[in-house]
Design a protein around this ligand. Structure first.
Ligand code: 5GP
Length: 207
């Protein structure tokens, strides 16, 4: 490939209410498109059983997180249900500049902050088939105490009202279908002229 044609990697921000299945859909998407990198966030929330530090999240103290904010080490951050969550800037910027697609799992304000800083990012809002199903999924997951679960459901109601601020809306009624749809979005986005500006000139010059 002509090195002049190496374009920036696409950044895909996926938001949606807690329990909608963002993690599962992103894992499936990455198995469909193994080249996609998942941005590992930093958080101050306690580690859950089955999670691995440095893989699921970078689990850090509040002091360390506040230091990361002060040092400008995070691209964006948000406080969600009493804990900080943020995207380490350096690995993401490095991946995008070498042409790697990166998928992020972030809160609604997180996606909006990324879009402001990186307007060429693509935003996807993942919807549950119904609010009842969202409650059932959170209950089945069983990772939160009942009071924390209620907080997340309350938050979900306000998040659902923000879907219109996103480029794409995908309903997660089946993981396979939702991941397939995001894969199609990614493929279509790669073909946008603005991401390949000048491609025809490169072809003419190398003829
Ligand atoms: P959980 O505690 O269920 O893993 O995540 C809670 C919420 O934090 C989810 O909505 C998830 O999308 C969001 N989140 C995870 N990482 C980040 C991040 O780096 N930045 C922001 N803004 N939100 C994040």
């Amino acid at each position: 490939m002509n090195p002049q044609r190496t374009s920036r990697g696409i950044l895909v921000c996926v938001s949606g209410p807690s329990g909608v299945g963002k993690g599962t859909v992103i894992r499936r998407l990455r198995s469909l498109e193994p080249g996609i990198l998942h941005s590992v966030s930093a958080t101050t929330r306690p580690i859950r059983p089955g999670e691995t530090d440095g893989v699921s999240y970078h689990f850090v103290s509040r002091t360390r997180f506040e230091e990361m904010i002060a040092e400008g080490e995070v691209l964006e951050y948000d406080e969600y249900c009493g804990n900080y969550y943020g995207t380490p800037a350096a690995p993401l910027e490095e991946a995008v500049s070498r042409g790697t697609a990166v998928v992020m799992d972030v809160t609604v304000p997180g996606s909006l902050a990324v879009l402001e800083r990186m307007p060429d990012a693509v935003s996807v809002f993942l919807l549950p088939p119904s609010f009842e199903e969202l409650r059932n999924r959170l209950m089945r997951r069983g990772t939160e105490r009942p009071d924390e679960m209620e907080k997340r459901l309350e938050k979900a109601r306000s998040e659902l009202g923000k879907a219109s601020l996103f480029d794409y809306v995908v309903t997660n009624d089946s993981v396979e279908a939702a991941a397939g749809l995001i894969q199609s979005i990614l493929r279509a986005e790669r073909s946008r002229y603005k991401r390949q500006a000048g491609i025809e000139e490169t072809l003419i010059q190398t003829e």
